[in-house]
Structure formats: structure tokens, C-alpha cells
Ligand binder design. Structure first.
Ligand SMILES: NC(=O)c1ccc[n+]([C@@H]2O[C@H](COP(=O)([O-])OP(=O)(O)OC[C@H]3O[C@@H](n4cnc5c(N)ncnc54)[C@H](O)[C@@H]3O)[C@@H](O)[C@H]2O)c1
Ligand SMILES: O=C(O)C(=O)C[C@@H](O)[C@H](O)[C@H](O)COP(=O)(O)O
Ligand SMILES: [Zn+2]
Length: 367
């Protein structure tokens, strides 16, 4: 087992990474205060993993909260089901919420933990690649609004993150690929050597090679922990973790939550961000091609939905959480491995990026 730390003074917490960690009582126990635990999961994950987590928590009184599955349920109505169950079972302030599932469960259970009786302990037990490399770490919690992605939420850190890499063995291929988008993101924004490693190893990850997966998870969590430790509430550098997301969130919202998976939308969104960086002269055509090729090798979509017009993007981008005083700030690259957040681009260029036919761009081999 590997152990990393998210260093946030009194809110610091460990990330445990290893195989079969779901079954380890000693990983949960130090982070549980009282005798009561509520496990929040969904109807897909419960039959696969709930019994094992419950067995590891045999000494506690456990409430199971099993939600419907899907991004389209990351909303008020589903959040309310968590509060209903906690109140019906008379959970008090010493209860601990355990999020067992992917990013949808983690974001919702974390938000419920932030709100329930003004805040109770919570532990992240992520079971998708995306949640193991990204959403379980850093304390962004929340739900979607029909008019915008993750628009209602709170920064609320877990007490621990328990990553059992073996859970990935049951993950559908499309979900694995969606997780790869966030892994590749870390290479683009922060670590050129990791990017090269990914180019050499992405096919091993697609084959569920344990060694490759656990290295990528560890490196991704380490980068995320490093960034979050510098800027917990995204007043500056943390925004680099949003590469591709301003475009991607517009795609997810416009297409209807769940039709494009988050990772898929981020994949296409990163192509748009890289293309814009190239048009600004900040990365070369060869570097753009390198990025697109890696995303394609990971089997991610690199062409945004052809039905979406510039105005569709602009409507959603106007409410992006990084927008300041009506200015859309974007995460762009100044070289592979180096990201900046900027509003220093012309409206004409943004519209050109939104109006580009990416099918033609990609098929013509950019370089
Ligand atoms: N908080 C953050 O920092 C952050 C970061 C990135 C993404 N997110 C959010 O995370 C969400 C996406 O998360 P996701 O990609 O994990 O999607 P998800 O939570 O919808 O999970 C994907 C699918 O896989 C199923 N599943 C989960 N684990 C499984 C397993 N081990 N075996 C078989 N099936 C399994 C789920 O039931 C679901 O159907 C989005 O809402 C996104 O906005 C949040
Ligand atoms: O942790 C962060 O910070 C991120 O931006 C990680 C993203 O991958 C993630 O999708 C996050 O939920 C996006 O946050 P938002 O503030 O743009 O909704
Ligand atoms: Zn994301």
C-alpha cells in the first residue's frame, strides 16, 4: 500500500492507494468518530462492493443509502434522499458519511456531509478511475443545476481517501477511458515527463495492467494534492485543474447530463484549449498533434458535438465559475506541462476556436 498526504494544516488527510483496501478496517477506523456510519452508494456499485465495506465496518452501526445511478441524478432531489435517510435513522453530528462510488456519489455525499447538521465527517472510497485520480481528492463537492455544471456546492475536505485499485476490474471500458482524460490532463498542465510516460503506457492502462494503473493513480493524486495544498479554494493556481473544463462543462450541460460523460467532454474540451493555445502561438502544431494523438489513443472523443454552435458554448461559459466581472478566464497551455489561467485573448479568437470544424482539423493531421 502507498500513502500520500494532502497537506492542508488542520484539514490534512491521507490518501491510501493499493489493492483490496476496501476490506481493511484499520484504514477507516481512525477517521470515524462515533459508532455510526452512513454509506452512500448507488444501485450499480452496491451489489459489487457494499457488503465488503460493511464487513470492514462490522463494529459500527451502518445505514445504507443507495441512490439511483447516473450524472442526471446529481441534483437536489437525490441529495434530499440522503438527508431523508440520515434524519429517518436519527444520525447525529458524530456520524461519518462514507462515499462508495464514482465522482457522482463522491460529489453528492461530500456535499451532504458538508451540510448535514452543518458538517459531519466523511471518507471517500472512490471506485472509478476518474474518482481515484481526481474527484475524491481536493474537497470540491456539489451538484449540477439544469443551467450549469456543479453550480451548487461547497469546499469540504474528506478525512481520508481509500483507493482500492482492484475495483477498477469491474469498470466498463467507456468509464475507464473517461478517467484517462483527467489523468492526461495532469500531464498537459503540470508534468511533461508524466505525459511522455503516458504516451508509452496508455495501452497498458487500457488493458487494466495493475502496475501501470497504480503508478498513474499515484502520480495523479500526488499532482492534485500538490496543487490543492497551494490553493485550497481556487483563488489562483488550483484553476489549472480546470483545463478543458470551460468547454467541457458547456458540452455536458448542453447535451444533457450523462449523454457525454464528464471525462469525454473534458477530452474534447482539452482539444479546444490546446488548439486555442496553438493559435496564440504558445504551443506548436506538433505539440497540439501530440496531445490529440494521446487522447485518441486513450479512445477519447477529440471532436466536440457537431450540433453545438458558438453561441451555445458562450451561453454556458458566461456562468463558468472562473468568470470574473463578465470576463471568461480560460486555462491554456504555454508549452506541454505548463498551464496558465488567462483572459488575455481576443473575442475573435475565442469565436474562431468555437466555430472550428474539429473533424477537418483532426483528419488533416494538424502538424
Ligand atoms: N470533485 C471533483 O474534484 C471532481 C473532479 C472530477 C470530476 N468530478 C465529477 O465526477 C463525476 C464523474 O465521475 P465518474 O466518472 O466517476 O462517474 P460516475 O460516478 O457516474 O461513475 C461512472 C459509472 O461507473 C459506475 N461504477 C462506479 N464504480 C464502478 C466499478 N468499480 N465497477 C463498475 N461500475 C462502477 C457508476 O455506477 C456509474 O454508472 C462528474 O459529476 C464530475 O463533475 C468531480
Ligand atoms: O479539483 C479541481 O479543482 C478541479 O477543477 C477538478 C476537475 O476535474 C473537476 O471536474 C471539478 O469538479 C471541476 O470543478 P468546477 O469548479 O469547474 O465545477
Ligand atoms: Zn474534471
Amino acid at each position: 500500500m502507498q500513502k500520500l498526504k494532502v497537506d492542508l494544516a488542520e484539514r490534512s488527510y491521507p490518501i491510501y492507494i493499493g489493492s483490496k483496501l476496501l476490506d481493511s478496517p484499520e484504514l477507516y477506523a481512525p477517521h470515524i468518530q462515533g459508532q455510526r456510519v452512513a454509506i452512500v452508494t448507488n444501485e450499480t456499485i452496491a451489489p459489487l462492493y457494499l457488503a465488503r465495506v460493511k464487513a470492514a465496518l462490522a463494529e459500527y452501526q451502518v445505514t445504507e443509502i443507495i441512490l439511483p445511478d447516473g450524472e442526471s441524478y446529481k441534483n437536489w432531489q437525490t441529495l434530499q434522499l440522503i438527508f431523508d435517510a440520515l434524519l429517518q435513522e436519527q444520525h447525529d453530528r458524530k456520524t461519518t458519511i462514507i462515499a462508495l462510488g464514482g465522482g457522482v456519489i463522491g460529489d453528492m455525499a461530500g456535499f451532504a456531509a458538508a451540510c448535514y447538521q452543518r458538517g459531519v465527517n466523511f471518507i471517500q472510497v472512490p471506485t472509478t478511475l476518474l474518482s481515484q485520480v481526481d474527484s475524491s481528492v481536493g474537497g470540491k463537492t456539489g451538484i449540477n443545476h439544469p443551467l450549469g455544471k456543479n453550480m451548487v456546492g461547497a469546499f469540504y475536505q474528506p478525512k481520508a481517501v481509500v483507493i482500492d485499485t482492484q475495483t477498477l476490474s469491474t469498470l466498463p471500458e467507456r468509464e475507464l477511458t473517461a478517467g484517462l482524460a483527467e489523468v492526461i490532463k495532469y500531464g498537459f498542465i503540470y508534468d511533461p515527463q508524466f505525459l511522455t510516460w503516458l504516451e508509452e503506457n496508455i495501452h497498458f492502462m487500457l488493458q487494466l495492467d495493475e502496475q501501470a494503473l497504480s503508478y498513474a493513480i499515484k502520480r495523479s493524486c500526488a499532482i492534485k494534492a500538490e496543487v490543492v495544498a497551494q490553493d485550497e479554494r481556487e483563488s489562483g493556481i488550483r484553476a489549472i485543474l480546470n483545463l478543458g473544463h470551460t468547454f467541457g462543462h458547456a458540452i455536458e450541460t448542453e447535451q444533457g447530463y450523462g449523454n457525454w460523460l464528464h471525462g469525454e467532454a473534458v477530452g474534447a474540451g482539452m482539444v479546444m484549449a490546446l488548439y486555442m493555445s496553438k493559435q496564440l502561438g504558445w504551443i506548436t502544431a506538433q505539440e497540439l498533434q501530440r496531445g490529440v494523438t494521446l487522447l485518441q489513443t486513450a479512445k477519447l472523443p477529440v471532436i466536440p458535438p457537431p450540433s453545438m454552435r458558438a453561441q451555445d458554448y458562450l451561453t454556458h461559459m458566461a456562468v463558468d465559475k472562473k468568470a470574473l466581472d463578465g470576463q471568461i478566464r480560460l486555462v491554456l497551455l504555454q508549452g506541454l506541462g505548463r498551464a496558465i489561467i488567462t483572459a488575455d485573448y481576443s473575442r475573435d479568437l475565442l469565436e474562431q476556436v468555437l466555430n472550428t470544424d474539429y473533424k477537418i482539423l483532426v483528419n488533416n493531421h494538424i502538424a
